[in-house]
Design a protein around this ligand. Structure first.
Ligand code: SF4
Length: 151
C-alpha cells in the first residue's frame, strides 16, 4: 500500500511493504504517527522540522519526505492522470490507462527546470493511491513508476 500525507509545505510518503513496524515513528511523535487510527499519519499534529527528523529515522525507508516547493498535486480521474500545478501552470503529469488488469501507468514527466524536487514521486504516488483505494491492481510500463512499485 502506498500513501501520501501532505500539508502546505511537505509531503510524507509511506510504502507499507517496507514497513517493519519498528514503531520508531510512533515513539517519535504518537500524535502524528499512530497505527491505531485512520489516517495513521496526521501532519497537523506536529511541526515540519520534527516530522522530517522522525521520518529520516525510519530504518527501512518505508517513510520518506519531500518539500512541496509550492507545487500542488491533483488527481484527475476524468483525464486518467495526476498533474503537478505551480502558479496555475501544469508542470508535470503521470498518465495511466484502465485495462482489464487494472491501472497501467505508462508515462510520468516533470517539465525541465522542475526536476529533483520530488514532484515525480508525488505524481506517481497520487495514482498509486487512487488505484489502491479503488481496489485496482497496478502495472507500470513507465520505468520510473515501475521502479517505485518494485523498490
Ligand atoms: S519507523 Fe518506519 S518501519 Fe518503523 S513503524 Fe514507522 S514507518 Fe514502519
Amino acid at each position: 500500500m502506498h500513501r501520501m500525507y501532505e500539508n502546505d509545505d511537505i509531503t510524507v510518503f509511506w510504502d507499507s511493504d517496507k514497513c517493519r513496524h519498528s514503531r520508531v515513528c510512533v515513539s517519535g511523535n504518537s500524535a502524528v504517527f499512530n497505527f491505531a487510527r485512520k489516517p495513521w499519519v496526521m501532519l497537523e499534529n506536529g511541526d515540519n522540522k520534527s516530522i522530517w527528523q522522525i521520518v529520516e529515522r525510519c530504518p527501512t525507508k518505508a517513510l520518506t519526505v519531500t518539500y512541496n516547493h509550492d507545487v500542488k498535486i491533483v488527481f484527475e480521474e476524468e483525464n486518467k492522470r495526476s498533474v503537478a500545478i505551480l502558479n496555475g501552470q501544469i508542470i508535470g503529469e503521470c498518465d495511466y490507462a484502465l485495462t482489464p488488469e487494472g491501472f497501467d501507468i505508462f508515462h510520468t514527466e516533470v517539465h525541465p527546470g522542475h526536476e529533483g524536487k520530488g514532484i515525480a514521486k508525488r505524481l506517481v504516488f497520487k495514482v498509486f493511491e487512487a488505484a489502491e483505494r479503488s481496489r485496482q491492481k497496478i502495472n507500470a510500463t513507465c520505468s520510473y513508476a515501475k521502479k517505485l512499485l518494485e523498490s
